[in-house]
Design a protein around this ligand. Structure first.
Ligand code: PMP
Length: 354
């Protein structure tokens, strides 16, 4: 840290992204990316758009929002697009929290939430999950701040049903409730149909998981126009060209061929089921996943040791050091071939009596 760093950030603990290997040979199951690459139609659209890189992108992202309106069946003025969903989440912390309106989220959830609170100097409260990592929804009723609920949650992989979230919305008429649906396409119920009835609901989505565009950075927020206007005020005061031309072109082309994405989600769910069985056969315990990852622990090997042993064998998974989760690992569901290699490597590690 330099002697010039603002003192307001002295206690900041930045978010630590999953490792990015230099050597491409690693099997990368540590950041919940989609193992299937984007279609040629998407990369062709990006190449075509790159001829216009001398021009700024459309600050209102009209074509992309129009494509999203058709895909999600919501009006265009209920949509905002951002540089990854991390950006819409940060905008929500900026727009809907302050020192009198803390951020409230589960104690085991997306690690960026406390960081967004810290960088924006917002107090936050963590509500404990039950011992089995499920959310006790009653603890989120009549809250004294803005709620952030990842559904499905990460890294636990567990989802709430839509009517459970609707009850939270009803019991928080005076608070904004942000429902982070980064993983919703892998088998959970979306809260999008609730947007028309609840002016306190913001749903966030990403193209990073189900739509194979993590590297393009494209996030979406869906809410009634008044909340969207607040978020646009923050966006236009931060970075009005937040979605660049290449990303917008990729997003539009990707939505034109959404059947490909949905078929990939189906394949990932199938591979998830296979992987769950294979890992349970090896003695693993895990939560019920409705995401593209598994949250698993083994009684005979610590989470950290398994992570290290797999890394030695060229397979990256994610290990978190937090008090409640350090026995576990988060394992992204890759292709069937990648998961077969993972299971074989784990078998070898367990047999060696690690
Ligand atoms: N929400 C959750 C729960 C996530 O796990 C992630 C991915 N790290 C994000 C949001 C952000 O994803 P992105 O910025 O790639 O859209």
């Amino acid at each position: 840290m330099s002697r010039f760093f603002s003192e307001k950030y002295l206690d900041l603990e930045p978010y630590v992204p999953g490792e990015m290997p230099k050597n491409r040979k690693e099997i990368k199951l540590n950041t919940n990316e989609n193992p299937y690459p984007p279609l040629k139609e998407v990369t062709d659209a990006v190449a075509e758009e790159s001829k216009k890189l001398n021009l700024y992108s459309d600050p209102d992202s009209r074509d992309l929002r129009k494509a999203l309106a058709g895909n999600l069946d919501v009006p265009e003025d209920e949509i905002i697009v951002t540089n990854g969903s991390d950006e819409i989440l940060n905008f929500a912390f900026m727009a809907f929290c302050d020192k009198h309106t803390p951020a409230i989220f589960p104690d085991v959830t997306y690690g960026f939430y406390p960081v967004f609170a810290q960088i924006n100097q917002i107090p936050y409260e963590e509500i404990p999950l039950r011992d089995d990592f499920t959310i006790d929804t009653g603890k989120f009723y009549q809250a004294a701040g803005t709620l952030f609920i990842a559904n499905p949650n990460a890294p636990t992989a567990i989802a709430l049903e839509r009517d459970e979230i609707e009850e939270i919305l009803k019991r928080n008429a005076y608070n904004v409730v942000v429902v982070d649906e980064a993983y919703v396409d892998f088998g959970a119920e979306s809260c999008l149909p609730l947007v028309k009835d609840y002016d306190n609901l913001l749903v966030t989505r990403t193209f990073s998981k189900s739509r194979s565009l993590a590297g393009a950075r494209l996030g979406v927020g869906i809410a009634q126009p008044e909340l969207i206007a607040d978020l646009n005020a923050v966006r236009n005061s931060t970075n009005p060209y937040n979605v660049n031309r290449l990303t917008a072109a990729a997003g539009i082309a990707c939505l034109k061929h959404d059947d490909y994405n949905m078929e990939n989600c189906r394949k990932i769910i199938e591979t998830r089921t296979w992987s769950e069985h294979a890992l349970k056969d090896l003695g693993f315990e895990m939560t019920t996943s409705r995401t593209n990852f598994l949250f698993a622990r083994h009684p005979d090997i610590s989470g950290e040791k398994l992570y290290e042993e797999l890394k030695k064998r060229g397979i990256l998974i994610r290990h978190f050091k937090g008090e409640r989760v350090h026995d576990y690992n988060r394992i992204t569901v890759g292709t069937p071939a990648q998961m077969e290699k993972l299971v074989a490597a784990i078998k070898e590690i367990l047999e060696a009596g690690a």
